[in-house]
Each structure stands twice: as structure tokens, then as C-alpha cells.
Write a protein that binds this ligand. Structure first.
Ligand code: ADP
Ligand code: ZN
Length: 741
């Protein structure tokens, strides 16, 4: 039957986004008895959907539908008296859905706190109880609490908010705040009180911004009220955070809100309390460790303009703001800003879009800027602000390369590194060893025939773990007892090969029996509060050697660490991904930045079999900036991002044949709409061809113009999703992928 467009001058139909993989919105009539004029875009509605009901969000009111009038169902109920999403948010999310070619309903629901997705009322919890320091508590010198850093952090925060902090603020300072608060209450240092009425004094700062900081601050500040992206490029400890704080302070003083994004791992209690101490303003902290209720409260406080400062991890980029005035993305190079499933967005890139929409400046800060951002500086789209030196006496660490070819084989720590560690410990300083694998041994190998224990479900080796004595796959979680006999040759001669964090810790302990060694990786910090506990031990000087994975490279300040060892740089030099060397350089510089931040200078040792590698050389001899320039030229010659644009079509299925059937079809459909400057690469099997028992393959689209690529994707996806081969695979499209695997 032909559609019956119902033409009317006044809208009668609700166009609603519903979370569903279908790349479309859905039309409904208003609920019976509810005048359409009373329903505004941005409200949630309950609607009949298939055989059940769903919650959807009103996108627009329209006056005709592709559906015949008698086929339009009525919505059941309007859930919000006022729009849940303000117009600006709705527009931003529509843009996001178009740019990432992700269904609008799923995009909107990704952006909402879970409670709202499930239909909770958009109201804040009752005025929460607040706590403030008692008269005795105000008189305590919190700096004397160095041995009890959790109490110190909470008390300091309370002292600088003498009119009181609520549960959300305290949770932001420490996960175990209730327990800490109880201790402080027992000492009669804190008391409960009503919500604060007025904002009072500002904490004193006993120093002035240096010239480079001042220049950065003023440059951004004069552009308040205008869109301008800035790249704040400064080594670790050069005072970037102080620049953020000062700019945030001025923005708040002007009555506007500040959104600060930090990488997951950088959102530490110390960091939040630093912001809270300095900025006397209502805060909303948004991260994955919160309860649904807490997240909703923070989200509403941001939307309604009550929170002047909103600080959060990746997904906080979707929080509506009543009066946005400044956007900050700390550690902008961090890959955790990219979501790797569902709506595959980059929170950093979206932050730039939000700043543009809000006509506000945005500061992207890093000691190791991404090549994308450096390219944007080169092209004049971003302005670079440079903090060239560490603040105060802290000197940058020296970097030495240890040529593993000249060292005894199979020793994870070369003798020069070991003796440097011994010297470091003799001086009572701390050492940090960076290992890129957790577990005991990354490979379990038959000494007789060379067979390797592989995961039955993935194309990956099983990793031997010490405590459980079992083999574990880091990709799918499969666990097994180590085989007693080799399934290939029958020999009983399996040996662990290579070294993960556990093995390094164990063998170091044998070499240096007196050293207090602490391992930090995903296994050792899984328990709640374990990471905080570890950091406290480190700061209290109860640890001599830290052995850890990249968890150690971000955000934390370790002023007593003066020696850093990077045990294996080779993986990064020859990684399969074109970003491998960029990641390695960022890692080296970030880990190195943990050393010698106090008065003592630091030293970094990098172990490699390729001491003459061009990029490694550029990095060590002339620093990150020089490395980045060399890497940019390589990318340009190869026409790789940021000099081209990528869209990666991934497929996953029980057989590789199904994947190739789909991707070949996708390729021929794409060939029909190709434009000059658009290229297709593949299909090819993924680097890890099988994962969790499913086969994986990819087709890559590469374009020299983002606009041209964008115009081709929609028609392509429309035909692709209807193609019969699409039913046999799970597929997804990744715009601007960070991993081309
Ligand atoms: P980054 O964010 O670049 O790592 P921070 O802003 O954390 O650097 O600054 C490093 C340390 O130096 C902090 O303890 C900070 O309080 C201090 N600091 C920053 N700027 C100054 C300054 N102008 N004078 C004195 N100390 C400063
Ligand atoms: Zn596996």
C-alpha cells in the first residue's frame, strides 16, 4: 500500500527516538487526552513497541508520517513535565548520532544516566546532609596527618569548605569516605550541619603563576565567550593543572560552568580534592564508581546549572550544562577517551564540538599531545600554549638506553639497570619498573617440541598466573590448569617464558631481599580500595620498588621516585597498529614524568634490542616534540591519520566465511558510491583473528577528506543493513578508530 502522507499545517505526530539497532526514529500519536501542544521535544514518553513497551525521547513534532494514519499507534504516557534534555543537548546528540552513524535512539540513551533510561523521575534526592569541621577540627594542622592520608584528604577538604560538604562531594574525595568520616567524628573533628548558605573565603595560594602559565591563562581568558581550541602542551609537573584551576576560577566567577574531562585512571581522590580545595564552588563528579542515584543527582545538578564545576570521565561529555563557559580535557592523548563499543565516540573530539556549539574556549592539555591535536595546531585550527619547564627546581629526568643485544640473554633486568636500582635503594629513594604484561609469564611453552599453550577460544597465548598457578587468557577470561603433558609431543617439560609483573616482582625480591616491593596491575588492584591503599603506601615511603603496568603511567605523582625502568620497548616499536610508536613514546614520556618530581632529579632506563630505531632516537635525543614531528612526517608520507580519515567496518561471526561474505558485499556496495580520494582496504582478517570463539575481519575505508567520506557513509550503511549477508554477522562501524586491528 502506498503511504498516505497526512498533510496538515499543524503538527499532530510525535517523532520519537527509541533505543534500537534500527537506524531510524518512530512516529506516534500523542497519548489519548494529552494535547500535543503540551509536549515538548526532549521529554521522555512511554510507548508501545512490538509486543512490549519502551521509553523513548521526543525528537520533534511533525505533520506527516510515512506511516498511514490508521497504522500510527498512540504513545502511552508522557514521563517528563519539562524537557529532560535541553534543546542544545538534543542538537548535540543528533549531531553525534549523524557523525558516528549510530542509531539516534541508542545515541540518546548512551548519553543518559541509567536511572533515566529506566524511567526514573528527573528529580534530585532530598537536601542531603552536610558535614563541616568542628572548632577543634578547624584548628588541626592537617599537614601533620601525613601517615593517615585518607583522613588528611577528607579533613583538608572540609577545612577549606567550612560551611559543609555533602555526600557526593565527600565520595569524590575518597571512596571509603564514610569510614574516614566516622574516624574523624570519633575524634570530634567534624560535625553534621545543614546545606551551606553562602560561599565564603577563598584559600590562599602562596605563589604566583610563572610567565608561561600567565601567558597561557591570559590567552585563553581573553577568548571567554568565543569558541577557540587550545592545546596546552607542557611536561608533567609544568603547572598545567594550575592553569586549568585559574581559568576555571575565572569562569565560575563570571557565573558560568566548567566541564573537566579526565582519563578514567586520572580521576583520583587526590586530584578531586585538589580541585575542591581551590575552587569554592558546587561540584558534580561523574564516574563509573557512583551509584545510579548519585550519577543522576550529579547529572541534574549539571543540567540545572547548580554545579559550577563538572568533572568526570569519558561519558561526562554528554552531561547537559545550563551555562557552559569553559571545557577542559586533561591528558587529551589518552586512548581511554575513545569508547570501544556501542556508540564509538571520542569524548575529546566531542568536547571540541560542544565548545563550538557553546561558543566557549576549550583547553586540551597533555605532556604528550596526540598527533591529531598537533596536526590541528599545524593547520591553524588549534592554538598552542606551551609550558616549557617543570615548576620550581624539579629537573627533567635523564634518559639512557640499554642495548639488550650487549646484555646477557633472558635476564629481564639488565645488569646496568639492576645496579642503578641498588644505588637508588641505598639512597633511600624509590624505583619504578614498567612492565607491559601482568601475570607471571606471558608464554607457557613445551621445552621439548616448542608447542605453546594457546587459548581454546582466542588466537592468543595463555598467561601463567602465579597465585592460582593457572593459565588465563587476558582476552576472554578462560582459565585452565597448566597441562601436565604436552598435547603435541607428550613430553612433561612445560616452562614459563617471558616475564610479567609477578615474575619480575618475584625475581627482584630474590635479588634484593630487603627491598619492599609493591606490584600494581589490574590483578593486584581489583579489590575495591586496593589502588588507594597502594598509593598511600607509596606516598608514606613504605615501598622501595614499584612494579606495574601502564596503570602507573598516568596522573599519579610519585615525588620519591627517582629511577624509572622500562623493561621492554620493542613491542611498541614494531606493533601492528600504525599508532604503536606514538603510544610507546607517550608511555615513555609519561612514565618518565613520574620520576624526580620532588627536589631530586630522576633517571630513566629504557631496555631495547633496537637502540638505533629512528623514532626512539628522536625521542631520547631530542624529546617528545621532535619525535612527534618525525612521526607526523611519516604519517603524512603514508597518508595515514591525521592526514587522512578512516572508517573501519568490523564483522564478527562463528565462521570467517560469513564475515568475508558480508565484507565483500560491503566492498562492492561501497565501490558503487566511491568518490575520488576514497579508498577501500580489505577485507582482511583481524590481527587477532579469533576471539571468544568468534572469527573477526575488517574492511577499512580511507579518505583524504572527512566531508566526502561523511556524505558516502549514510547511503552505504542504508543498503548494507538491508543486505542479506548482514544477518549472518555482528557488525559495527567505527569512525576515527583509535585501533585499526
Ligand atoms: P601538571 O598538571 O603540568 O603536571 P601541576 O599543575 O600539577 O603540573 O604543577 C606541579 C606542581 O607545581 C604542583 O604541586 C603545583 O601546585 C606546583 N605549581 C604549579 N605552578 C606553580 C607556580 N607558578 N609556582 C609554584 N608552584 C607551582
Ligand atoms: Zn581467550
Amino acid at each position: 500500500m502506498a503511504p498516505h502522507p497526512q498533510v496538515n499545517d499543524r503538527p499532530t505526530i510525535l517523532r520519537i527516538a527509541v533505543p534500537s539497532p534500527l537506524r531510524t526514529s518512530f512516529d506516534y500519536r500523542p497519548p489519548v487526552g494529552v494535547p500535543i501542544a503540551s509536549i515538548q521535544p526532549g521529554v521522555r514518553l512511554r510507548i508501545p513497541f512490538g509486543r512490549s513497551t519502551r521509553i523513548g525521547i521526543l525528537l520533534a513534532k511533525v505533520n506527516h508520517s510515512e506511516l498511514a494514519p490508521d497504522r500510527l499507534k498512540a504513545a502511552l504516557q508522557v514521563l517528563d513535565p519539562e524537557p529532560l534534555l535541553p534543546r542544545a543537548s538534543l542538537d548535540f546528540l543528533l549531531w553525534t548520532s549523524r557523525y558516528y552513524h549510530h542509531p539516534i535512539g541508542e545515541t540518546l540513551f548512551t548519553a543518559l544516566p541509567v536511572a533515566l533510561r529506566r524511567g526514573a523521575a528527573a528529580t534530585r534526592s532530598k537536601a542531603a546532609l552536610h558535614w563541616r569541621p568542628s572548632a577543634t577540627g578547624r584548628a588541626v594542622d592537617a599537614t601533620t596527618l601525613g601517615r593517615a592520608p585518607r583522613q588528611q584528604a577528607v579533613l583538608q577538604a572540609l577545612q577549606s569548605h567550612s560551611d559543609g560538604l555533602d555526600e557526593v562531594a565527600l565520595r569524590g574525595i575518597h571512596k571509603d569516605w564514610r569510614c574516614v568520616l566516622k574516624t574523624l567524628q570519633e575524634k570530634a573533628w567534624v560535625e553534621s550541619c545543614d546545606a551551606p548558605q553562602v560561599v565564603t573565603k577563598k584559600p590562599a595560594r602562596d605563589w604566583q603563576p610563572n610567565t608561561a602559565q600567565q601567558l597561557a591563562i591570559e590567552t585563553v581568558d581573553v577568548r571567554r565567550g568565543c569558541f577557540q581550541p587550545y592545546l596546552l602542551d607542557g611536561v608533567t609537573g609544568s603547572g598545567k593543572t594550575e592553569v586549568y584551576l585559574e581559568l576555571a576560577e575565572r569562569t565560575i566567577a563570571a557565573g558560568q560552568q566548567v566541564l573537566i574531562l579526565v582519563p578514567e585512571i586520572g580521576l583520583s581522590p587526590q586530584m578531586i580534592s585538589r580541585y575542591q580545595r581551590r575552587l569554592q564552588a558546587p561540584f558534580a563528579v561523574l564516574h563509573s564508581g557512583l551509584s545510579q542515584r548519585e550519577r543522576l543527582d550529579g547529572w541534574l545538578a549539571a543540567r540545572d546549572g547548580e554545579a559550577a564545576i563538572v568533572i568526570g570521565t569519558r561519558s561526562a561529555i554528554f552531561v547537559p550544562l545550563a551555562r557552559p563557559g569553559l571545557f577542559i580535557v586533561d591528558e587529551e592523548h589518552d586512548p581511554s577517551y575513545k569508547q570501544q563499543d556501542g556508540l564509538r565516540y571520542s569524548a575529546r573530539d566531542l568536547a571540541v564540538i560542544r565548545a563550538r556549539n557553546a561558543a566557549a574556549p576549550i583547553v586540551l592539555g597533555s605532556a604528550t599531545p596526540s598527533l591529531e591535536s598537533l596536526r590541528n595546531v599545524e593547520a591553524g585550527r588549534y592554538e598552542r600554549l606551551h609550558l616549557p619547564a617543570r615548576v620550581g627546581n624539579a629537573r627533567p629526568p635523564g634518559i639512557s638506553i640499554i642495548d639488550l643485544r650487549k646484555q646477557p640473554p633472558h635476564a629481564p633486568l639488565a645488569p646496568p639497570l639492576l645496579s642503578a636500582m641498588e644505588r637508588c635503594l641505598e639512597k633511600g629513594e624509590q624505583a619504578l619498573l614498567f612492565v607491559n604484561r601482568r601475570g607471571y609469564a606471558p608464554v607457557y611453552l613445551c621445552h621439548s617440541c616448542g608447542a605453546i599453550s594457546d587459548c581454546p577460544r582466542c588466537d592468543a597465548h595463555m598467561v601463567l598466573h602465579q597465585k592460582s598457578g593457572r593459565l588465563r587468557c587476558h582476552h576472554c577470561g578462560t582459565e585452565q590448569a597448566p597441562p601436565s603433558k604436552c598435547p603435541a609431543c607428550g613430553a612433561a617439560a612445560f616452562i614459563p617464558v617471558g616475564a610479567g609483573t609477578q615474575r619480575i616482582s618475584t625475581s627482584l625480591q630474590e635479588r634484593l631481599p630487603k627491598a619492599r616491593i609493591l606490584r600494581i596491575d589490574r590483578d593486584s588492584t581489583r579489590r575495591k580500595g586496593a589502588m588507594e591503599g597502594a598509593l598511600e603506601q607509596i606516598h608514606a615511603g613504605e615501598v622501595d620498588i614499584l612494579v606495574g603496568t601502564q596503570m602507573l603511567a598516568k596522573g599519579h605523582h610519585f615525588p620519591k621516585v627517582t629511577l624509572v625502568g622500562i623493561l621492554d620497548a620493542d613491542g611498541g616499536l614494531f606493533g601492528t597498529d600504525f599508532r604503536a610508536s606514538e603510544r610507546l613514546a607517550q608511555l615513555i614520556v609519561q612514565v618518565a614524568g613520574r620520576a624526580g618530581r620532588g627536589e631530586r632529579p630522576g633517571q630513566v632506563y629504557i631496555q631495547t634490542h633496537h637502540p638505533d630505531h629512528r623514532l626512539l632516537h628522536a625521542l631520547v635525543e631530542k624529546g617528545y616534540e621532535n619525535f612527534a614531528q618525525a612521526a607526523l612526517r611519516e604519517r603524512q608520507e603514508a597518508a595515514l591519520p591525521p592526514y587522512s580519515w578512516l572508517a573501519l567496518l568490523r564483522a564478527e561471526a562463528p565462521t570467517q566465511k560469513a564475515n568475508f561474505g558480508f565484507l565483500e558485499a560491503a566492498r562492492s556496495l561501497a565501490e558503487k558510491i566511491l568518490a575520488p580520494g576514497l579508498m577501500l582496504l580489505g577485507p582482511v582478517p583481524a590481527v587477532m583473528e579469533r576471539r571468544r570463539g568468534r572469527y573477526r575481519a575488517r574492511l577499512l575505508m580511507q579518505a583524504d577528506s572527512r566531508e566526502v567520506m561523511q556524505t558516502r557513509l549514510d547511503p552505504w550503511l542504508d543498503t548494507l543493513q538491508r543486505h542479506k549477508s548482514a544477518r549472518r554477522v555482528r557488525w559495527s562501524l567505527d569512525i576515527d578508530p583509535v585501533e585499526v586491528d
